[in-house]
Design a protein around this ligand. Structure first.
Ligand code: SF4
Ligand code: SF4
Length: 446
């Protein structure tokens, strides 16, 4: 087991599904079940499907090693039923490897790929409010993380990403590109934009971060990134997100009709958590019942309440984010950690079909399957020193050093939360201040 953790640490693997938690830390917990998340939580993204289609044998091999080394008794792939071609590829690879890994297909709803929702779908159990899956003896790995583990087992660290580039681009693609590639290079590799001006969502449309054109210039692909969506700044999504916080709070005070639709459709409420956004809105509006405010810490920020449920177009999600910040700085803790199984009784009728959700977000015209994988290697990369949860890595190279792809360029100790970082292209180090820049040139080591 220790050997596997060391291999994963040295390869610099972090969760590829979003938060970028170091995978060696995750695997060091005690668990008997491994759930592989291959449900592509966010609309429009296609990278998980691409991994299932093209790397099924590698997934089977890596999971066999993970099961052997960790002693896990159950391995389940959680994906969407509609991914028939991908499920067939996995089944055939598992049969070839003689592995009895389960494949669990969920219906196509949002947010099927939310870690806690996925656990509920597969096991019928609720992760304790404020807790993590290990509390149930479960570890959840994104399918791309499993592919990264396979590469690590073969001596290859994390240096490249599969990134869905879609939206208002000429040729939507899945780009296979080095970590540190500028997002503007990725957009150019997808044929450029169809609109001008444009804005960018890095990640999925619901939980991704939004950037204007000039801000996007400074953005590069990190280890936890899997999607770039180009939209017109006039699109409903960015327009809605630009609403200032003060206005949202005023709207909560003046326009929330306490219909509680936000709560009734909240996926965390529906797995039995005391997540009641309408109560948070009421507390913000009236300044009473501070206990209700602590519900906000249970919010996974999926955005259903503000972009689907609320008839008044209010923003319970952003209010929750605001309240979470206040609670963190005041040290307030969640007091009621009970699970309410009765919330889940209506769950089957309240899942939101992905198609309907995409239509509501006015993203229907970009909702197409992308088969094409394009390899793209830029002349320069700019690699962040932080790739998710944890502390930034310390550079171990200096300006002028010549590096080859795969060389360690920054590190954190094994026991710290963070990740080792490797050169993603051959070249010369041109900056180590805040990020590591590498420029390709002929003169590299052999
Ligand atoms: S859905 Fe909107 S109006 Fe209804 S309670 Fe929630 S925030 Fe208020
Ligand atoms: S964003 Fe809204 S719907 Fe999603 S978990 Fe938070 S409160 Fe619930």
């Amino acid at each position: 087991m220790m050997n596997l953790l060391k291999i994963v640490y040295e390869a610099g693997i972090v969760g590829a599904g979003g938060a970028g938690f170091p995978t060696h830390k995750k695997l060091s917990g005690e668990f008997d079940t491994v759930i592989v998340n291959a449900a592509e939580c966010e609309p429009l993204l296609e990278s998980d499907r691409c991994v299932m289609r093209n790397y099924a044998a590698m997934i089977a091999e890596a999971l066999s090693v993970i099961r052997r080394e960790t002693g896990a008794s159950r391995v389940v792939i959680g994906t969407k039923k509609k991914y028939e071609r991908e499920i067939a590829a996995l089944r055939s690879a598992f049969a070839e490897a003689g592995a009895d890994f389960e494949i669990f297909g969920v219906s196509s709803f949002y947010p099927a790929g939310d870690e806690q929702v996925m656990i509920y779908e597969i096991t019928g159990r609720t992760v304790p409010p404020g807790g993590i899956p290990l509390a149930l003896g479960i570890v959840v790995l994104n399918i791309t993380t499993v592919l990264d583990i396979w590469r690590a087992l073969h001596g290859v660290p994390v240096t490249e990403k599969l990134v869905t580039v879609t939206g208002e681009v000429k040729r939507p693609v899945i780009l296979k590109t080095p970590v540190g590639t500028r997002v503007t290079d990725c957009i150019a590799a997808a044929g450029g934009t169809l609109v001008d001006p444009w804005m960018l969502i890095k990640g999925g449309p619901m939980m991704g971060r939004q950037f204007g054109m000039s801000e996007a210039e400074a953005q590069t692909i990190g280890k936890a990134d899997g999607g770039l969506i180009v939209l017109s700044p006039d699109h409903a999504l960015p327009t809605f997100s630009r609403k200032p916080l003060k206005r949202m709070i005023n709207e909560a005070k003046s326009a929330c009709i306490q219909c509680s639709y936000c709560t009734e459709l909240c996926p965390r409420y529906l797995i039995g958590h005391k997540m009641r956004p309408h109560r948070v809105m009421r507390s913000i509006a009236t300044g009473t019942n501070q206990n209700d405010l602590t519900d906000a810490v249970l919010c996974c920020e999926c955005g259903i309440c503000e972009l689907f449920s609320c008839p008044m177009r209010l923003s319970p999600r952003r209010i929750n984010v605001y309240v979470k910040g206040i609670l963190r700085s005041s040290g307030a803790k969640l007091e009621d950690r009970s699970i309410y199984p009765e919330h889940a009784k209506v769950r089957d009728y309240r899942r939101i079909a992905q198609k309907r959700f995409i239509a509501r977000l006015e993203l229907g015209k970009y909702d197409h399957h992308i088969d094409e994988v394009v390899e793209y290697t830029p002349k320069t990369v700019s690699i962040p020193l932080k790739h998710g949860v944890g502390r930034p890595s310390e550079p171990v190279v200096s300006v002028g050093d010549v590096v080859n792809r795969g060389d360690v360029i920054a590190s954190v100790p094994f026991d710290d939360v963070g990740c080792v970082i490797h050169a993603s292209i051959d070249g010369v180090i041109t900056c180590t201040d805040g990020q590591i820049n590498i420029t390709r040139e002929e003169r590299t080591r052999t």
